[in-house]
Design a protein around this ligand. Sequence first.
Ligand code: ZN
Length: 688
Amino acid sequence: MVANRWNENESKNVVAEAGADPADQALAAQAYASRLLGADMALVQHGGGNTSCKVMRKDLFGTDIPVLHIKGSGHDLAMIDAQGMPAVRLDPLLALRALDGLSDEAMVNTVRSNMLDASGPNPSVEILLHAYLPHGFINHTHATAMLAIADLPNAAEVVQEIFGTKVAVVPFHMPGFALAKAAAKVYGAMPDVEGLLLLNHGHFTFAGDAKAAYDLMITHVNVVEDWLAKKSGKVLKPAGPADQAMQAKAISLMPQLRGLLGDRRAEFLGNRDASMPLMELRAGDNVQEFFARSDVEDLAKRGVATPDHVIRTKNFPLVLNAKDLAGGTAAIQAKIDAYITDYKDYYTRNNSRVGGGKTQLNPVPDVAWVQGVGIIGMGTNATEARIAADLAEQNIAAMSNGEDCGGFHPVGEAELFDMEYWSLEQAKLPSRNYPRFAGHVVMVTGGGGAIGLATAQAFAALGANIFLVDLGDAALAKALATLGPDHDGIALDITADNAASKAVNACTARFGGLDILVSNAGAAWTGEMIGLDDALLRKSFELNFFAHQTASKAAARIFEAQNRGGQLLYNVSKQAVNPGKGFGAYGIPKAATFFLLRQLALELGPMGVRVNGINADRIRSGLLDDEFIKERAKARGIDEGTYMSGNLIRREVEARHVADAFVALAMADRTTAHVMTVDGGNIEAALR
Ligand code: ZN
């Protein structure tokens, strides 16, 4: 059941805040309804759906003109406000209806030329459909339940059975002028309907006020959910988390799959930099229930519930069954190659059907159905992977519901191709000029500290997805909040038994693998060696040496499975080469880490793994806090500023400078076994 989220007080407040103009009030109410629709994944997914309202506004001469406010392209209904719903003069849109045909480009141009604010976002491409319906408030969604009936072979009959004459059925057309005219014609013949079902596409409701149009949307979807449950005799399980066993299986598979797909993506991109897919696993009860069906392989060939999905998921998933998994790399590789060949054939066939001129898109799958494991959404970053996974989950729900209630028969290949290669859809896709670390998973230990977080931020700014490891939940949450969505992490003590392995596994379960480990966690204990407690020295070795070694081992295991190189980056220390009095407990394990770096560079080099590090000194951080700085400056009889800039270039070295050095090493594609000094210059500590 989809909940009706309308709250009378909330809506009144929103309208009151909009001011005295009735047009602003109507727009505020419709934006509120839009956010409610967007908040429910069963109704609206990722930029899908659109809403509108019609109001009177004054032009510059003070004349009242009818305008249509509609969702702007690129805005998400879940977060939309009045600014996200640009206004377009209605009369010129209505006039277009007299034309026999209108190209998408001409439509977009006419719409843009009639915007009240020329700098507003592009209005939704479904604007003409909204314009040609007379209602003040219109909602359009691709609700899962509505898609299940929209793809039935006898959809029109079913709509009549469920809704009588309250909902009319519109045959499939590409969004744009043709669909708008077809919908207007259907509506014209049945002007008392509350909504429209667009075959193979989605659903509209409309009314004279925002609440009534919203209520209709919720009511319609719930009536259809009830009908589906009765007809199929089952209620689909909701999406949920994967159990431990599924996660373990996924962890052992995803890095290998990632490497194989990355190779193919690299061929397409002509560049290996951003070629590794980020992955998002879905393996809850809903997915397991779906995989338990006997017709899974058949359903995999049916396609997507609404053409909107094709841009993010392609028409079909890559299917790996138990036999493929048992067959190992060769069997999986064969399945991937077959998928790519099929995709290229589909492109060639349809490109010639439309007279050529379309540029082939990435032929590598965006979704994998791994039977016995889960559904994997993929993309060049974790956001794309999450969206693909969400849509894939919606698709299996629409698919199984539909198939159990008469048959799942979405739109055919030709229409799908027209959508996938539609110039207006292409415009929504992100540019292929990916940032330098797109496609990269970077794990940072000590990620809540000054240097760790600055490093995570530097990689994230260049497109990487970050997995942070830090001791406490609070520090971790605080650090993650600075990185934004689609980064993640785990709170654990990296020196505990199996902790490094646990962290790397968690990173793999979350993003599908690992590309760069920044082994950064460290802490300094002081005291002269002669008087030093053995236990203290051992403790320092655990963190400042063994944690680097165990994290490297765990990371190397993933690198090996991915078979695509990888990088280990260590935060070593100036202490590793230039001991400071009383810092033996810190410097000695760091010296061992310095040697570990060279040893691993030698041993992992043939696998294409690069191993480098940073020797930083005198960075304001948890190790060198304000109190400590004060103390050391005083001991030397200088002020704090002089102490902090006590280097050759006389400038304080900050965490961000260390972060930049890590990034520089990560970019230095032919550099390994190298330690870069970040200390503003200190001749005594300079490496020979
Ligand atoms: Zn639509």
